[in-house]
Design a protein. Sequence first.
Length: 208
Amino acid sequence: MDEIRIGYFLEDIGQERFLEALVNRVAREVGLPSRRLRHEVRNATGGRGVVLDELRRFLRDVNHERECLFTLLVVAIDGDCHGYRERRDEIRTIVEQSGYPGLVICAVPNPHIERWYLADPRGLQQVLEVSSIPEVPSYKCERGRYKQALRDAIRETGIIAPLGGLEYGPDIAEVLDLYTVGKVDAGFKHFLDELQAGLILFARGQEE
C-alpha cells in the first residue's frame, strides 16, 4: 500500500500535539491504519506570520520542483477573533495563487487551539481522571481566556503541567466527542468534515 504523506504548517506545539493525533484518529475511523500515515511537521512555532511565510516558501519550492507534493497538507492558524472564514480564505488565497494542485485542509481554531482542547468537558474529565466535569468558559473573544481556563483545569487536578495542559493534546484528541465539539465550534466542524472527506478518498483508493 502507498504511504500517505501528511504535511503540517502550524503555529505552535499545542496545534501540533492535538491535530496530529486527531488526524491519526480520523484516519483509523475511515479505515486507514496509522502505519500508513507519515506525518511531516514543517513548522510548529512562531505564530501566524511564520506559518504563512513558511507555507509560501514551500509552495514556491514545489513550483520549482525542489519539493514534492504531500498527499494531504494541513495548515493551521488561530482565528484570533477574526473568525474562521477570514483566516481560511487567507490560507486558500495563498494556495490558489501558487497553483498548488494538492489537497489542502485548513484548521482555524477561534480564538485559539485551547478552545478545542476544552470543547468537550466530559472528554477532558476522562483524560484528567477527575471526579467532576471541568468548568469551561462560554465563548468570548478575549486574549488568554482559554489558555488560562486550560491551565486552571489542570491545576485543580494537582498535576504539574509545564506546557499548561498542551501535553494532553494527543489524549484529548483521542477521546473527545467529535459531534459535540463540532456543535460548539463551527471551525472545528469544517476542518473535521474536510479531513474526513479527504481521508475517505484515500481509504477508497486502497480498496481498488
